[in-house]
Write a protein that binds this ligand. Structure first.
Ligand code: JB8
Length: 266
């Protein structure tokens, strides 16, 4: 029971506050997650605690040494790699998704390897793949200075899906939410539209009347329309993948400037 997460990094202090507060901090306090953060330099062998070296083949920057990473992962993994998955954030990885977050939340042991500089010597992932599942994952098409922030993103996405986490609609058995804790049913595959709370009027702006109507079918229709409009405007890639659109849906998308060829007027 529970998820054990090891993190190997040259900046262990980076993780102190984020893992101690909010949803993740409470999951730790309850024993639903256990974190062990390891300083990679512990496995450096020279007096300077060196973890990087010049790249073979030339080019800018430095590459993290395979011997240091190998020794670190050997010890962190321990004698039994069974049931453990190694996750290596990199901009060259497979795009992280809500489905992967749900799969990770069902695991018993995750090991995160935080690279810096130009990344970790490629033989480390090769070698570790002979022993356990290894995922090289990207959190988006931009480049960070290292894997630490990406690991925090992954941990938060996974942590909020763990059974027992407050506000986890999935564990609460709410049928109107998918296993990903996000929109499901009539909203699956769509970006959610805007949400509102009190006061009903703020700076001359009224909350949309339909939300006060008590007409649940009309509210659901309005929310779907807003979701379709936002998806058409922001995410033509998602709009192109939508299935089971009726005539009304298609009209809302078209009025939002979306056309099925994937371009977006307006
Ligand atoms: C060095 O953008 B990223 C990312 C960037 C990195 C490393 C790992 C991840 C290591 N730069 O997610």
């Amino acid at each position: 029971m529970g998820l054990r997460i090891d993190i190997v990094t040259i900046f262990p202090e980076y993780f102190e506050s984020p893992l101690g507060v909010s949803l993740i901090g409470k999951a730790v306090a309850r024993g639903d997650i256990e974190f062990r953060v390891h300083d990679l330099r512990r496995w450096a062998t020279d007096v300077h605690r060196t973890v990087d070296d010049v790249p073979f083949g030339g080019g800018p920057g430095m590459v993290m040494k395979p011997d240091v990473w190998g020794d670190a992962l050997d010890e962190v993994i321990g004698p039994d790699a069974a049931g453990a998955r190694l996750v290596v954030p990199t901009p060259s990885g497979v795009p992280f998704s809500q489905d992967m977050a749900a799969a990770y939340a069902a695991e018993s042991r995750l090991i995160f390897a935080c690279g810096r500089y130009e990344g970790i010597d490629g033989r480390v992932v090769e070698e570790m793949r002979t022993r356990m599942p290894v995922d090289e994952v990207s959190i988006g098409d931009y480049v960070l200075a290292g894997g630490e922030v990406a690991v925090l993103v992954l941990v938060e996405a996974v942590g909020r899906l763990l059974p027992g986490v407050l506000g986890n609609a999935y564990s609460a058995g709410d049928d109107s939410f998918g296993g990903d804790g996000g929109p499901a049913g009539s909203m699956r595959g769509l970006l959610e539209g805007p949400v509102y709370t009190r006061p009903r009027a703020w700076r001359e702006r009224e909350v949309p009347e339909v939300l006060l109507s008590g007409n649940h079918a009309a509210i659901a229709r309005w929310r779907r329309d807003m979701a379709l409009r936002r998806t058409a405007a922001y995410r033509t890639d998602l709009a192109a993948r939508l299935r089971s659109l009726d005539a009304h849906d298609r009209r809302v998308l078209a009025e939002s400037g979306y056309n099925a060829e994937g371009s977006n007027e307006s």
